[in-house]
Design a protein around this ligand. Structure first.
Ligand SMILES: Nc1ncnc2c1ncn2[C@@H]1O[C@H](COP(=O)(O)OP(=O)(O)OP(=O)(O)O)[C@@H](O)[C@H]1O
Ligand SMILES: [Mg+2]
Length: 511
């Protein structure tokens, strides 16, 4: 019997214009946590999609428990006890938790001792027992659309466990979670290892790898660079190997020079569908040349503040001013034209058209303007040369450059495309919601530089981030939101990370 539960030997996978995996060999031991690290587009998701039977390799072999296999479908992978939680979840939103978990493998009872029928009562009980065993509490009868992202992720994990998966693949599971939820998930993953499971974890967060992983494979542009023993490797070394150069962990930034007031929010109150006040009497201003960051634990109203400024949500009370003009009643499109760029949280639904090319997506906000359109006629050349510039400046990687259909791009590169398009609008106000989520370290460095560059050009920036490090590194002014209310607004230089943390928890009140 082989020492390895999973072996992928000399795997090559080509897509039009790109070798996504180029002669990659990884060997995973039973009961270890094996991390996969690499830049956006390095080929991590592709490699794992082959292990889960979604694609077949062009070259190379896969061995499971020492036996050579051709994994032809996710069903086949399931039979081999392989499970995967994808970058974007795949649950049926109007089904219950239990229905989603048992789908295709429902327990059956005999009605009148004769007719087989799905035994949902049994299913609910099974799932309750399973969730207790692994510390993944869920209410089996809750409907998916009513539960939050972190609970949905628990459901995905339970779904794998219900299918008796022994090899568990997690594709960027922490990208959608808050810092508290991340801690919890990492504990769950360690618990799974203690239960004898083997885990393959894709993440961009070096601290997470340091915390839980035993070994770490590094991919760069489709090639395997190295496999490291995590205990013996510093995060700096991992970062440098991954990017192929020295990475700086700090973003250089000069002293702010505030210009005129660009955004003014006055007594903003926003009410959700259940008539509950999610934003309560919030007021603040952002000047040209200022990065104003809203810090807060997820779900405290910060997204609603951003949506209301961009026009996606109506204000219940209060006013929004842009460059001295009241825009409270204006449409989303009007606000965009008057100078608001918006990088929303839900990028796949609001940011991008998946079946358009990269060039078309990059031009989406400008097509009706010169030089892209003259007297109503679109100039394709103008689109393309504009797109080429952005692809270069923001290092957007894909198989076929500007002709790539966005759906086929890696998650991180889709995101870089939205950021590029929005920054390049030269809007007076730029709203960034979680701009670096899901990006690799090199890309994060680049995006932060671009954001600070815009601020230095005199743009007003509203940054919403769950990552306190990002806020402390970038912000000139910090507003802390808790339970829909701004608790504190102060010059970032006068606040420590700890203080901001305390305001975020509602422990400390406005002095
Ligand atoms: N179905 C597909 N068709 C065409 N090209 C694809 C397809 N899937 C992936 N690619 C390309 O293969 C490369 C690797 O993509 P992959 O999604 O594996 O990257 P990744 O390492 O997971 O990146 P990220 O960190 O951004 O998620 C990318 O250049 C991507 O554009
Ligand atoms: Mg990926």
């Amino acid at each position: 019997m082989s020492d390895y539960i999973v072996e992928m030997r000399h795997i090559t996978k080509r897509f039009p214009g790109i070798v996504a995996n180029d002669d990659v060999t990884i060997q995973v031991k039973k009961g270890e946590i094996f991390a996969l690290l690499g830049e956006n587009g390095a080929g991590k998701s592709t490699l794992m999609s082959m292990l889960f039977g979604m694609y077949e390799p062009d070259e190379g072999d896969i061995y499971i428990r020492g036996e050579k296999v051709r994994i032809s479908s996710p069903n086949h992978a399931t039979k081999l006890n392989i499970g995967m939680v994808h970058q974007h979840f795949k649950l049926v939103s109007n089904y219950t938790i239990a229905e989603n978990i048992v789908m295709g493998m429902e327990p059956v009872k005999k009605v009148l001792g004769l007719f087989p029928a799905v035994d949902m009562k049994q299913a609910n009980e099974d799932i309750r027992a399973l969730s207790q065993k692994y510390g993944l509490e869920v209410e089996p009868t809750d409907v998916i659309e009513n539960i939050n992202v972190s609970t949905q992720q628990r459901v995905e994990i339970l779904k794998m466990l219900y299918r008796e998966a022994e090899i568990l693949i997690f594709d960027e599971p922490t990208a959608v979670l808050t810092p508290q939820e991340i801690e919890f998930l990492l504990d769950i993953i360690k618990g799974l290892r203690e239960n004898g499971k083997t885990i393959i974890l894709i993440t961009h967060k070096l601290e997470e790898i340091k915390k839980v992983a035993d070994r770490c494979a590094i991919l760069n542009r489709g090639r395997l660079i190295d496999v490291l023993d995590v205990k013996e490797t510093s995060t700096r070394k991992m970062a440098n190997l991954m990017v192929g150069r020295e990475v700086s962990f700090e973003t250089p930034k000069k002293e702010p020079e505030f210009g005129k007031e660009v955004l003014k929010v006055e007594h903003m109150t926003v009410v959700n569908q259940d008539h509950f006040e999610v934003v309560k009497d919030v007021s603040f201003t952002v000047h040209g040349g200022e990065i104003f960051a809203i810090a807060g634990v997820a779900g405290n109203g910060q997204i609603e503040v951003a949506d209301a400024i961009a026009g996606l949500l109506p204000l219940h009370k209060g006013k929004v001013w842009l460059n001295g003009k009241d825009i409270t009643e204006e449409s989303i499109r009007r606000r965009a034209l008057e100078g608001i760029s918006y990088i929303p949280e839900d990028r796949q639904n609001y940011g991008i058209v998946m079946d358009f090319t990269l060039s078309e997506n990059l031009g989406l906000r400008s097509y009706f303007r010169e030089p892209f359109s003259r007297k109503g006629i679109l100039d394709k050349k103008a689109f393309d040369s504009y797109a080429e510039d952005l692809i270069d400046k923001y290092d957007i990687r894909s198989g076929q450059g500007l002709r790539t259909v966005v759906r086929s791009m890696s998650g991180g590169n889709q995101q870089k495309a939205i950021i590029a398009r929005e920054i390049e609008q030269e809007s007076d106000l730029m709203i960034f919601v979680q701009p670096t989520r899901g990006l690799d370290i090199g890309a994060i460095e680049n995006i932060r530089r671009q954001m600070i560059g815009e601020r230095d050009k005199g743009k007003a920036i509203l940054l919403i981030s769950l990552e306190l490090d990002e806020i402390m590194d970038c912000a000139d002014t910090i507003g802390v939101i808790y339970n829909g209310k701004i608790q504190k607004i102060a010059d970032a230089r006068t606040l420590t990370t700890n203080e901001v943390g305390e305001f975020m928890m509602g422990v400390k009140r406005h002095a």
